[in-house]
Design a protein around this ligand. Structure first.
Ligand code: FES
Length: 172
């Protein structure tokens, strides 16, 4: 049994955030099991939406794993994020087929339209931009996803309409 962790030490609203208690339970459940780190990080991200530094520290301490290793895993796997995510996640496929068919232009257009770089979130909190490996839809190259939706045979001029669809549905 581990002792009680101090709650968030950053000076925020104190120990009232139940998510930290839930995180401690998750850590306790996996502690000592092989391969615990990835499922714990996955559940922690589910709780908080992203993996902030204090969460990384609690996981490292709780599982007795060096913080550098925790950070290494988070940065290696693109499903983990250390920053808050937007409401919608855009994934531009940069696999070979998509790249050959102009994925770099698609990516550039989105960056310009949203005024952000890869792994950033637009100022309105709507979109987070990521790049992905082959999505298995090479016949539709170049391809991007927004959440569960897949868009293929893209050209830069199609991007504004696609983004607007999500802006409008959020404006309702
Ligand atoms: S390379 Fe993009 S879907 Fe396969």
């Amino acid at each position: 049994m581990t002792g009680e962790h101090a709650h968030c030490s950053c000076g925020c609203s104190g120990g009232s955030d139940l998510r930290y208690q839930q995180l401690e339970k998750i850590i306790a459940e996996y502690k000592g099991k092989p391969g615990a780190l990835i499922p714990v990080l996955h559940k922690a991200q589910g709780l908080f939406g992203y993996l902030a530094e204090d969460v990384q520290e609690l996981v490292a301490e709780g599982l007795a794993i060096p913080l550098s290793e925790v950070y290494g895993v988070i940065t290696f796997y693109s499903l983990f994020s250390t920053k808050p995510r937007g409401e919608h996640t855009i994934g531009v496929c940069m696999g070979t087929a998509c790249y050959v068919k102009g994925a770099a232009d698609i990516l550039k257009t989105i960056k310009t339209q949203l005024g952000i770089e890869i792994d950033d979130t637009s100022a309105d909190g709507l979109f987070t931009l990521t790049v992905t490996r082959c999505l298995g839809a090479c016949g539709l190259a170049p391809v991007l996803t927004i959440d569960e939706d897949v868009y293929g045979r893209l050209t830069p001029d199609k991007i504004p309409d696609i983004l607007n669809k999500y802006r409008q549905s959020n404006a309702k």
